[in-house]
Design a protein around this ligand. Structure first.
Ligand SMILES: Nc1ncnc2c1ncn2[C@@H]1O[C@H](COP(=O)(O)OS(=O)(=O)O)[C@@H](OP(=O)(O)O)[C@H]1O
Ligand SMILES: Nc1ncnc2c1ncn2[C@@H]1O[C@H](COP(=O)(O)OP(=O)(O)O)[C@@H](O)[C@H]1O
Length: 208
């Protein structure tokens, strides 16, 4: 059997400048804020608001948005379970690189399967994978229907749409859970503030 396409006979190349030095330069600690939830739950909105808030505090972040990455890196992938798994695996690997670079990497993907999210968590150093669950009811997401995709899914024009005829597995042990309060979704800036407070509390926004 040919091994032409396998990565064999490879060696790890050490680099002269390490993560600790990069973190010192940036005065922050690399981590991954992984935002998961249904389409329309507000993942991208939170990612943007968080990135803006961090920027205003002089902290370097970068957003990996599922929809955007599917225009390039992941354009060969669809929405069947194996494709979603590969999508999450690749984004997990890229997020790990950004985190190693010292950035606060904000990944915003439906990432519907628990084992795929957990595999990404396992790639990262302890406690530097912060899972944020957008726990918004399907009815709210569907009523927003910003892209008209729920309507198409209900009409059977999109098959395997998450929450309609494809599963979403809720996190069991996420670091942050975003919920409605008194039936109202808090403003994006307030949600971003909640995540920033967590990052501050855990020491990600400074280097001792
Ligand atoms: N079948 C199906 N199911 C769910 N979503 C669909 C589907 N087809 C297209 N879309 C659009 O793709 C966006 C989700 O991409 P992701 O890479 O985040 O998905 S996944 O994590 O691999 O499940 C998702 O973006 P968001 O609405 O921002 O979540 C949709 O715009
Ligand atoms: N916190 C919020 N409060 C009110 N509306 C929101 C909030 N977050 C997102 N939205 C709205 O919901 C819709 C879907 O948000 P989006 O961030 O695109 O979700 P997702 O990335 O999960 O698909 C958009 O029209 C957005 O303006």
């Amino acid at each position: 059997m040919s091994t032409l396409n396998n990565s064999t006979n490879i060696f790890w190349q050490e680099c002269p400048v390490g993560k600790v030095e990069r973190q010192k330069l940036l005065n922050q600690k690399g981590c991954v804020v992984w935002i998961t939830g249904l389409s329309g739950s507000g993942k991208s909105t939170l990612a943007c608001s968080l990135s803006r808030e961090l920027h205003s505090k002089g902290k370097l972040s970068y957003i990996l948005d599922g929809d955007n990455l599917r225009h390039g890196l992941n354009k060969d992938l669809g929405f069947k379970a194996e494709d979603r798994a590969e999508n999450i695996r690749r984004v997990g690997e890229v997020a790990k690189l950004f985190s190693d670079a010292g950035l606060i990497c904000i990944a915003s993907l439906i990432s519907p399967y628990r084992k795929d999210r957990d595999a990404c968590r396992a790639m990262l150093p302890d406690a530097s994978f912060i899972e944020v669950f957008m726990n918004m009811p399907l009815e709210l997401c569907e009523s927003r229907d910003a892209k008209g995709l729920y309507k198409l899914a209900r009409a059977g024009k999109i098959k395997g749409f998450t929450g309609i005829d494809d599963p979403y597995e809720r996190p069991l042990n996420c670091e942050i859970e975003i919920e409605q309060k008194d039936g109202v979704c808090p403003k994006p800036a307030a949600l971003a503030g909640q995540v920033v407070s967590y990052l501050e509390e855990k020491g990600f926004l400074q280097v001792e």
